[in-house]
Design a protein around this ligand. Sequence first.
Ligand SMILES: Cc1ncc(COP(=O)(O)O)c(C=O)c1O
Length: 696
Amino acid sequence: MKIIGVTQARIGSSRLPRKVLLTINDKTLLEYHLERAMQSKLVNKWIVATTDEPESDLICEIANKLQISSYKGSLNDVLDRFYQSVKKEKPDYVVRVTSDCPLLDATLVDEVVKFCIDNKLDYYSNVFQEVYPDGLDVEVFSFKALEEAWNNATNAVDREHVTPYIRRNSEVIIPKSNIDKKYSELRITVDEISDFEVIQHLIQQLGANQPWKIYADYLLQNKEIQNINHSILRNEGYMKSKFNEIELRNITNFKASDEYRSKIHDLIPGGAHTYSKGDDQFPILSPAAIVRGKGAYVWDVDGNHYLDCSMGLTSVSLGHAYEPVLKAVREELENGVNFQRPAALEKEMAETFLALVPDHDMIKFSKNGSIVTTAAVKLARAKTGRKLVAFPGDHPFYSYDDWFIGSTPCNKGIPEEISNLSVTFKGCDLGSLRALFQKYPDQIACVITEPEKNSCGNGCSCALNVGDFLKQAIELCHENGALFIADEMVSGFKTEFPGTITKYGIQPDMATWGKGIANGFSFCALTGTKEVMELGGINREGEEKVFLISTTHGGETHGLAAAIATIKEYKEKNVIAHNHHIGKKLIELCQQLVNENNLAEYINVIPSEWMPVFVFKDQSKVACQGFRTLFLQEMIKRGVLFQGVFVPCFSHTEDDVYYFAKAFSESLQVYKKALEDGYSNYLVGSPAKAVFRKIL
Ligand SMILES: Cc1ncc(COP(=O)(O)O)c(C=O)c1O
């Protein structure tokens, strides 16, 4: 098999001109790179593909010295440069590396080549795994795929960056990696002078012949060296050329939305069926209602088109009107949706879902999350004979039922006797939970908590990591005779598949599921151990009956079909990896833009890959609804329906992330002006209000 490695090298580089000619111990970076590349056992031949500028002769001379061929070609059409450099030889596979990576690792080159060949792929890269430091990227593609890209790719980004067209048109397989993700934060590439300092230090301390992990571990152990180049963005050049290509929408017409807003509150109290969808949650320059959605996009009543970020309050995990789910739903609709006796599909649904949660034996379905969280609370009270229910007072929402809403400022209509049965502790704080058990001995029936928040581990004040907190909280509950309920409504199908409880191998007595599990269709579930769940059954003859969940629509067949089809997609495609990749990319780009604009003290990007969230602050660096609403207004104007959170779904693409980032970048410019002049000079209408407020 013929495998040719091509490394691209040029003299001019906007951030660090002549970088590959910089020397360490009298040897150029290019020589280090080529000498390490040549250790590959699978690549038969290496070629240096440089530009047709006169100065590039210096690069050819270095290649020549090491007896490596070189090719001079187009400066900007790098795809053409690659193609022309290997065209005559028609190899089976081409390996692409870049010469600004002096510590490239030939073992990794061989691993990537082998994986691509063994799996008969047209394209594969170790970048997919997102575990390696920047500076070890290896891409392998068939000559056929290169030729096809060369023939068909037309846009500037595809021509300049060689592989985007191939990536878009190839099957992607992402193998599980046992390499720690902590390495992915590191940079052992050279884009700026600070990168060069790091490489210089590494080569002087460790020599130039070590495996990549030795360098990476050294950086992890020597933070002062790691920090020299820590804040530089991976592939900044690519971001800039994507931005040049993207034309942002300019949305100014909300006529139909204004009409809708003017009538809806006379018809529907709150004007919506979730308070967080309400008019008081958005700037006035925003869509009042959505007509349709497809994939990652939605269209409003004025026909305006948006990139969607909240994806149906996190429920649409695959994409709007996602065809494989729609197909299953359509087929099921033909069979009727509701019958006098259970639908036979209920058994398949129960078996399918329980197979995902090995520690739980039984399941109950419902149409809404609040129904299952309330059912879990009821079972806990029935099981323990106790009245109190405990949950973190700093978490936003568990149910619209009295046991939860009674604890918020909007407690009108809820008798105090009921509100008093709910007690709160500080989320993820074991000491606070322990104090609660001490305050109410033998009175707490259960603790219900989201198992993981997007702030967990991302600058929060938790003393324990998520898994340890959950394990110890469960132990504490059991020692005190209470049950533990993990509410996976938001975290389920997002942090992991199926959720945080399996990610950390924890065994709550019950778990509640909803939102993303049926791609936006109404299907929620309560799972639990037999010991607890069977209290809601009818087989315990002679014992008292617990009226658990009984709803006319709980077993509606198309909701079940949607859930089964969604689970199938999650199993067959690596949905979690895709969604986390999208989240990670978005965080990376936005953080870079915030840094570049010197706004790090005013805008926090919470780096939670499964659901990035943003905090907007005022001049005194305090979170501020006015500034937040202004930012939503600016993003919406540019065609991004944004409410401060980005919920990655399977239909979001990298192009969507770049679109978001460009809108983000432009919105930052308005933000900067508002920091000087006050947000009210730029925000049309009033700031959004808190959902849970006493007075309207
Ligand atoms: C953590 C959590 N639990 C429960 C619920 C209630 O779900 P539903 O709106 O489907 O009733 C929500 C809704 O936002 C939630 O975020």
